[in-house]
Design a protein around this ligand. Structure first.
Ligand code: BES
Ligand code: MN
Ligand code: MN
Length: 456
């Protein structure tokens, strides 16, 4: 399709400028300080959807941040594609590590640096621009519905309610999401699974108040030390997770499936060099591709307690804390794993302390089909723009709402992601390649075209 290439070429300055404007809104959903920024982002998204040609655009209020909805129903007998994305972003901290400010998008070396550049503003906006092209050039092959939410990065608590209450409005044949990575521009790939998530916060309490570490230290358990010991015991010497029952529901892949997975190009030396580590880590018996794709993991996201200010303070803290997340794979259940964690963590606490385990959000793992019309359409579309058949991979991240779409709407998802794992998602200096952005805009109309043809 030369036409879309020409359209992108003719409009790319504007496509970039509109994305830059979107990236300037500080839409951090986790921090109430950014409330206005999040709300303004929703307004901008709604306006842009309207301009691109969507009908019935609505900023749908929820108990949290609004969901932006828009649609174009050209012919009820054609298939309907539901585009999901999120306009909220992760906090930009630590700010001092950004080379340019997170909400002032800057191009360096062909990449757009800004919080949300790849996750997910740059990616969902490709769909808005591809849609604009299809509307302007009378190329729509399917009906399209957009649902862009503002709470993905904090667990999508209100989206579930919205989906349940809007089943008729959201009726579609497939969900397409661009919020994942591909291997590289030279090696296109399609993620065919996402991990689930159990997220907990733990609090370990020792004495009823902070103590002088000289006067009391030695006789009273230090909760920070105890917490460190408890956390260390959560992995055994083979880096298996040592929570009883943790692996019970894990589906083991067949030897052939594992072989196929490991055929994806992966340069371990390059990977280590990029991350600045001398050696990789991980559960014994599995490769790095498997560690991040098909195996469950447990990570400490943050750990604190006692004195962390300037200089030194000799104190035996009363409390220590940690935030711990577990990535889940089929068929683990987030509720079940959170319960196993809680029971285990409480059981290993020595009598010298008390522990509290507070569950945060969770989500279920998913595997998406590779034999569906939608997957094949995505494959053909990528093949055409990248001149290479995309490789199926398993993604390490989580988009909890995908399992919910299956459960509530009975619709499967295609993960048509154009980001790279090295885009610094959730990290300082997040970036998104201009080429990834423009290639994505080129690929999406092809996906619509092939999906319409293949679903006949
Ligand atoms: N877009 C990511 C998920 C992702 C990234 C999937 C890269 C595959 C590859 C999403 O915005 C995200 O960050 N999800 C969170 C979970 C959410 C409940 C906070 C995650 O994976 O930590
Ligand atoms: Mn995302
Ligand atoms: Mn994210």
């Amino acid at each position: 399709m030369q036409k879309i290439k020409d359209y992108v070429e003719a409009h790319k300055e504007r496509f970039l400028n509109e994305l830059f404007e979107l990236l300037r809104f500080p839409s951090v959903s986790a921090d109430p300080q950014f409330k206005e920024g999040v709300l303004h982002t929703a307004e901008y998204v709604a306006e842009k959807l309207k301009e691109a040609g969507a009908d019935n655009v609505e900023i749908c209020a929820t108990a949290g941040y609004p969901i932006v909805y828009g649609e174009k129903i050209i012919n009820p007998s054609l298939p309907t594609i539901l585009v999901y994305g999120h306009y909220d972003v992760q906090p930009a901290d630590p700010l001092e590590l950004w080379e340019t400010p997170p909400f002032e998008p800057t191009v360096r070396d062909g990449k757009i640096y800004a919080r949300g550049a790849a996750d997910d503003k740059g990616q969902f906006y490709m769909h808005v621009k591809a849609f604009e092209y299809m509307v302007q050039n009378d190329q729509l092959a399917c009906n399209v519905k957009f649902m862009i939410e503002g709470e993905e990065e904090v667990g999508s608590a209100n989206l579930g309610i919205f989906v349940r209450e809007n089943k008729e409005r959201l009726k579609a044949d497939v969900v397409v999401i661009s919020d994942t990575s591909m291997i590289s521009l030279e090696t296109p790939s399609l993620e065919t699974g996402l991990r689930g998530l159990s997220y907990v916060e733990v609090e370990v309490t020792g004495p009823n108040r902070d103590l002088h570490s000289g006067v009391y230290g030695g006789a009273v358990a230090n909760p920070a030390t105890i917490l460190a010991q408890m956390i260390a015991s959560l992995h055994d010497s083979n880096n298996h997770i040592a929570i009883p029952g943790f692996y019970d529901d894990v589906v083991e892949l067949t030897a052939e499936e594992r072989k196929a997975l490991n055929e994806a190009p992966f340069d371990i030396e390059e990977y280590k060099a990029d991350l600045g580590v001398n050696e990789l880590w991980g559960e014994k018996g599995y490769t790095a591709i498997e560690h991040t794709g098909i195996r469950p993991t447990l990570e400490v996201n943050g750990i604190w307690g006692g004195y962390i200010g300037e200089g030194a303070k000799t104190v035996l803290p009363s409390k220590a804390y940690a935030k711990i997340s577990m990535r889940l794979v089929p068929n683990q259940s987030s509720e079940n794993i959170t319960a196993l964690f809680k029971a285990h963590f409480e059981s290993i606490a020595p009598k010298s302390v008390t522990v509290k385990v507070k569950p945060h959000h969770g989500g279920e793992p998913v595997v998406t089909p590779t034999d569906s019309a939608a997957y094949k359409a995505a494959e053909q579309a990528l093949q055409e723009t990248f001149n290479k058949k995309p490789i199926p991979t398993r993604g390490g991240g989580s988009i909890p709402i995908v399992a919910l779409f299956e459960q509530e709407l009975k619709i499967k998802t295609v993960l048509l992601g154009f980001g790279l794992d090295s885009d610094n998602l959730h990290s300082p200096n997040e970036k998104y390649g201009i080429e990834n952005y423009l290639k994505g805009i080129e690929t999406i109309p092809l996906f619509h075209k092939y999906y319409a043809a293949l679903s006949k």
